[in-house]
Design a protein around this ligand. Structure first.
Ligand code: URQ
Ligand code: ZN
Ligand code: ZN
Length: 587
């Protein structure tokens, strides 16, 4: 099996004029600003950005007036057709990636979960064989390391050198948790090969003891799940993982940060150890719902909210985590999509510790983050792009192929209509289960078009995903945003900005350049403004610091039906040092 082939598996008859596409009149949102312009796509790649583009006849035109054009979502955390806790997750790579596309996600990164009798390489091959023919969008893989020794050490070296894997997940809980000494050794090995260690941070020993005690007391229902693994149990493990990473001087990615305590532990460690790269991911589930559901009278309703670490009963948690994301104290969002049917959940009818862990999220992640983050005024559209797409691309070394709208990038694009209203429901979602943890959530904003590698896969809201259209994305080690110097990062950003500036001139960016600001030094992006915002755009990113907007009492309108809308938009000045934009801060 080759791991480097990027040849699309699309039948020739499907590749006609439809792979030439012009998206006109929208506002292009990248993580570093918003610009106005048109996008020309050919053969799955963005070929031109700007205005008055010269394009071949027969090109399909999408009018994006009044819409936002954003990079397709990248979900760094899914579990499609995974064998886990005696079950197999209901969404397979076809159903899962179809659901992803329906919600605007155009790349997913799944986890290879080895069977107990399998080598890591065998597990990787098994995942490639099941995923390659089914995926509707591009995908990459992380590999879970569920036991540790010389064999695993050699295998991860091989997986990184030859098979396009640059990230490994270890567990501090479950019956395949690694001990601290093993965690240390795995981090050391990952560091030596330029891979990123990801950690599921919960204190497994404490959970085991708490579970025994709760069951002995007769607490067998779903709420026992959260009681057995409360916030402290998560926060302790987050801190311990950070401490070990510090001893090894290794970067660390903490998956599914689910509580205020854990987010605080991570952030405090980062503040005290600013030289370390500690990355925090949280989930759509943690932002869109809460642990009060574990006390629901219907056992199935409660059980269907079970995942680990659990949702938290503190109803403020979603809001707190969203502010952490806005303030760059957490860095990206995943779904941890890991769906089980009611029948599968029933395995834990008499014992909460046997309920298969996992919830939906791959389809609804963007809706939830937009609604709770942007519509609620906690972050702006650029930060939305950063935490749903760009930061994942950077961390897993897929940037700028993925995660941005720039010349040369893959044409993974969503045309987002902020005026559309959608109510999330299991009746209309595309998962293989009949329950949705976000049921009834009314969302103001939805993808009208989703373009996957140049193909329109959501067309005026209609889903047209193609099985097997996606490709495996090999991820290379030593990602500049994880292991590189500031100069390495600046070189990547410069390459990306270079193509951008060539195409979208100051004029196209609606810049008042009467005083002639040097494009190399200063670019002014037109930005929509937000209602009732308490937090402004990214912190810890040098280019953003000047021109941080006061988002209070402004009005968010991007309707281009309104000719005066431009006048009301505020501007953000983004300083670019000579030779390109500096990454500043973390990124
Ligand atoms: O821990 C995970 O990420 C997977 C294996 C299970 N799902 C979950 O409950 N988070
Ligand atoms: Zn996990
Ligand atoms: Zn997971």
């Amino acid at each position: 099996m080759t791991t480097t082939s990027h040849v699309k598996k699309v039948p020739i008859h499907l590749q006609s004029a439809q792979n030439r596409l012009l998206i006109k009149n929208g506002r292009i949102v990248n993580e570093d600003g918003i610009a106005e312009g048109d996008i020309y796509i050919e053969e799955g790649v963005i070929k031109q950005l700007g205005r008055n583009l010269i394009i071949p006849g027969g090109t399909r035109v999408i009018d994006a007036r009044g819409k936002l054009i954003m990079p397709g979502g990248i979900d760094p955390h899914t579990h499609f057709e995974m064998e886990f806790m005696g079950s197999v997750t209901a969404d397979d790579f076809y159903q899962g990636t179809k659901a992803a596309i329906a919600g605007g996600t155009t790349t997913i990164i799944d986890f290879v979960m080895p069977r107990s009798d399998e080598t890591l390489l065998e597990a990787y091959m098994r995942y490639r064989e099941k995923a390659d023919p089914k995926v509707c969008c591009d995908y990459a893989l992380h590999v879970c390391v569920t036991s540790w020794g010389e064999r695993q050490k050699n295998e991860i070296k091989e997986l990184t050198a030859k098979h396009g894997i640059n990230s490994y997940k270890l567990f501090m809980a479950y019956n395949f948790a690694l001990r601290d000494s093993e965690i240390y050794q795995l981090m050391d090995t990952c560091k030596s090969i330029g891979a990123l260690t990801m950690v599921h941070a919960e204190n497994g020993d404490v959970i085991t003891e708490n579970t025994k005690k709760l069951l002995a007391k007769g607490v067998t229902g779903p709420h026992g799940h959260e009681l057995s693994r409360n916030e402290e149990v998560e926060a302790e493990a987050v801190n311990r993982a950070c401490v070990i990473a510090k001893q090894v001087e290794s970067p660390l990615y903490v998956v599914h940060v689910m509580s205020q305590s854990a987010a605080q532990a991570l952030n405090q460690f980062k503040i005290n150890n600013s030289e370390l790269k500690i990355i925090g991911e949280t989930l759509a589930a943690a932002l869109g719902t809460d642990g009060s559901h574990y006390y629901h009278a219907d056992w199935y309703h409660a059980a269907r909210h079970i995942l680990s670490p659990p949702l938290r009963p503190n109803k403020e948690t979603p809001n707190i985590l969203m502010h952490y994301l806005a303030e760059d104290k957490l860095h990206l969002t995943g779904s941890d999509n890991c769906t089980f049917t009611a029948e599968q959940k029933a395995a834990g009818k008499n014992d909460f510790s046997k309920i298969p862990n996992g919830v939906n999220g791959v389809e609804d992640r963007l809706y939830v983050v937009w609604e709770k983050g942007v519509v609620n005024g906690i972050m702006d559209p650029s930060r939305f792009v950063a935490i749903t797409s760009t930061n994942a691309a950077k961390l897993f070394n897929l940037y700028p192929q993925k995660g941005c709208i720039a010349v040369g990038s893959d044409a993974d694009i969503i045309v987002w209509d902020p005026n559309q209203t959608k109510t999330i429901s299991a009746k209309t979602h595309h998962h293989a289960i009949d329950f949705n943890i976000f049921e009834g959530l009314v969302c103001h904003g939805a993808p009208e078009y989703v373009i996957v590698n140049g193909r329109v896969c959501v067309d005026e809201g209609e889903l047209k995903a193609v099985q097997g259209y996606g490709r495996f994305l090999p991820t290379l080690p030593f990602a500049p945003y994880v292991y590189g110097t500031d100069d390495d990062i600046a070189a990547v950003e410069k390459k990306r900005l270079h193509s951008y500036e060539n195409e979208l001139t100051l004029d196209h960016l609606n810049i008042n350049n009467g005083n002639g600001p040097n494009a190399q030094e200063e670019v002014i992006y037109n930005m929509p403004t937000l209602p009732n915002s308490s937090v402004s755009t990214p912190i810890g990113k040098a280019p953003r610091q000047e021109g941080q907007r006061n988002l209070q009492s402004s009005s968010f309108s991007i309707s281009s039906e309104d000719p005066d809308a431009d006048d009301r938009r505020s501007c953000i000045r983004v300083k670019n040092p000579p030779g390109g934009k500096s990454s500043g801060g973390f990124w």
